[in-house]
Design a binder for this molecule. Structure first.
Ligand code: CMP
Length: 140
């Protein structure tokens, strides 16, 4: 099915000037950009986005990292977009990410791991609405 997923290119990858290289990987895999913006998140916005992780020990470091510089937030659209994006990203911990994945090639650590991607249809819908509340999502 045609799906939409939320992708965030994190502050480490933006600072490395590899937004274009990462977007090219999405495009080359057949994903289309349905929406995109470069934004500096406030602490409240980052905490809200990662609210499901609020009780985890890494929450504060994660939030501090996500507000350390601008992020590039996109809605990616295409056949099986959620899983396709996760395959392109590789494992959360770049040390465990398969060769040739975005995290293996561009990430340094589990916090500075270059990209975020929605993990399921339900979270994709919530995450897309969080950053693009006016984007109507229709099946087409
Ligand atoms: P992300 O996909 O953005 O979702 C939550 C983020 O928390 C994750 O990527 C990592 O960057 C970060 N994180 C830090 N430590 C951990 C951990 N032990 N397990 C999962 N995520 C972690």
């Amino acid at each position: 099915a045609i799906e939409r997923t939320l992708s965030i290119i994190k502050p480490d990858a933006v600072a490395k000037n590899v937004i274009g290289q990462i977007v090219s990987r999405f495009e080359n895999a057949g994903l289309k950009i349905a929406a995109a913006k470069l934004v500096q998140l406030s602490r409240a916005e980052a905490e809200g986005f990662y609210a499901v992780h609020a009780a985890r020990p890494f929450f504060n470091d994660l939030v501090n990292f996500m507000i350390s510089g601008p992020v590039f937030v996109q809605v990616l659209e295409g056949e099986g977009a959620i899983l396709k994006n996760r395959e392109l990203m590789g494992a959360t911990d770049p040390k465990k990410a398969e060769a040739g994945t975005i995290r293996a090639d561009f990430a340094e650590s589990i916090d500075a791991n270059a990209v975020h991607g929605s993990d399921a249809p339900e979270t994709a819908a919530v995450e897309i609405a969080y950053f693009f509340p006016t984007l109507n999502v229709y099946a087409r």
